[in-house]
Structure formats: C-alpha cells, structure tokens
Design a protein around this ligand. Structure first.
Ligand code: PGA
Length: 249
C-alpha cells in the first residue's frame, strides 16, 4: 500500500522560500519517510531551484499545469517536454481554479493529460463539484462526466492519478466529512479505470489528514495551503506514514 502526498504551492513564494521549503521537506523525507510518495509542485519559475534542493531525496518534483503541444507559438505556455527536461515527474491538470478562472474544459484537460503521459509525466487529473452541484444532488452526474471527458480513453490505472477536490472545500477550511469523502471516492473509483489511485484535496491539514487517508479509496492527498510550510506539510506526510503502518500492523 502506498499513499501519495502532493503539495500544490499555487502562486506563492519566491526563490529563497522555495529553496528552503524544498530542503526542509526533503530532509524530513530522507530521515523518516519510507512508505509514502511525496511530491511538491512549486510555481514553474521555481522548479529548478526546488529540483536542486530535493536532489538525491525521495521527493519528486511536480508542476501545476502543462500545454498539450510539445512546442510552438503559444505565448506564456510551458510544455510537458520542457517540464520533463527540468526534472519534473508529475503535473497537476484541470485544477478547479484553472477550470473556473481560465475556462479550462474537460476536453482540454484530456488533451493535456495525453501529452503529459506521452512525455513520461504522471498527470494528476483534478475533478470536483461546486457547492451548488453538491446541494442539488447533481454532483454524481457532474463527477462522472468530468471523469469520462477529462481522462483519455487509452489511460489505465498506472498512467495517472485522480484528485477529487470538492470546489467548496478548497481554501475554505470546510473539509468534506468522512462519509461524504467515503461515498464520493467510491463513486469515483467505480467510474474510473479499475485500480486508479484517487487523492482527496480541499482543506487537508495536519489535524485531519490521518482521518482522511484512512478512508477506503483515499490513496493520498493533494494539499494547498498546508503545503506552504514544512511544519504543516511534514506533519501531513507523517500522517500518511502512520496510516500505512497501522494498516500493515
Ligand atoms: P487547499 O487547496 O488545501 O488550500 O484547500 C487544495 C488544492 O487546491 O489543491
């Protein structure tokens, strides 16, 4: 059994803070983490300095988006090839902030996911319903449709990860309760290729991480705010380790 803990730094920090956060996480992982997969996703401009500071550790480098073409006239964009070349292994795609603020469709997410996989990156495909969709009961149709349209048909379980992130729980401090996470992860597991690893995201903190990761079909967490300091992020990694050890015991 493995748990994956991914830190999504979003648009935070500078070169100096990225370097120190990366080295604090990698020192912790090197000293005490054996079971979990730990990934940090800094802003792309900080990827190289983070790569230097996690070199030789078991921490992997991730990115927050990538283009679907390898190169070309796409001002401001970065391709999966460029990320891979800089040492990136994972890429978050279709985060709800990009879907909502930049109008990214599931079809675009699928194109990006295909390119990322073909380049040798592991796409972390995000899905999630809004509060209105949750309350109206539409969430199940919405999630199934996001899965069908965002995940390329050729993908099998080992090719990618899903991050289920209810939009209403992101950055709000409102974490979904255990029953909601359990039922929704089951729904996602049933709709996705068999055996797909599914992460939960949305206000994951040191004090709720272990409880969340102990839920069936929760194979790890995608962490925003609490990944910005090593103090809280390392505690979440520690929670992943403790859940794995408990199950193994
Ligand atoms: P949050 O963000 O942990 O700050 O809620 C999660 C995410 O957006 O991936």
């Amino acid at each position: 059994m493995q748990k994956t803990v991914i830190g999504n730094w979003k648009m935070h920090g500078d070169l100096a803070s990225a370097a120190s956060l990366a080295s604090e996480v990698s020192n912790y992982v090197s000293a005490s983490v054996v079971h979990s997969k730990v990934v940090v996703c800094p802003p792309t401009i900080h990827a190289t300095v983070v790569a230097e500071n996690i070199a030789g550790s078991n921490v992997s480098l991730g990115a927050q988006d990538s283009h679907f073409e390898e190169k070309g006239a796409h001002t401001g964009e970065i391709s999966a090839y460029m990320l891979k070349d800089a040492g990136v292994e994972y890429v978050i795609l279709g985060h709800s902030e990009r879907r909502a603020n930049l109008g990214e469709s599931s079809q675009l997410v699928a194109q990006k996911a295909n390119a990322a996989k073909n380049t040798g990156l592991v796409p972390v495909i995000c899905i999630g319903e809004t509060l209105q969709q949750r309350e109206s009961g539409e969430y199940s149709t919405v999630l199934k449709q996001q899965i069908e349209e965002s995940i390329p048909e050729s993908f099998t379980a080992g090719d990618f990860l899903i991050a289920y992130e209810p939009v209403w729980a992101i950055g709000t401090g409102k974490v979904a309760d255990v029953e909601t996470i359990m039922l929704t992860h089951k729904l996602v597991a049933d709709a996705a290729p068999e055996g797909t690893h599914i992460l939960y995201g949305g206000s994951v903190k040191p004090d709720n991480a272990a409880e969340i990761m102990a839920i069936n079909h929760v194979d790890g967490v995608l962490v925003g705010g609490a990944s910005l300091t090593s103090e809280s992020f390392n505690k979440i990694i520690q929670a992943a380790e403790s859940v794995i050890e408990k199950v193994a015991a």
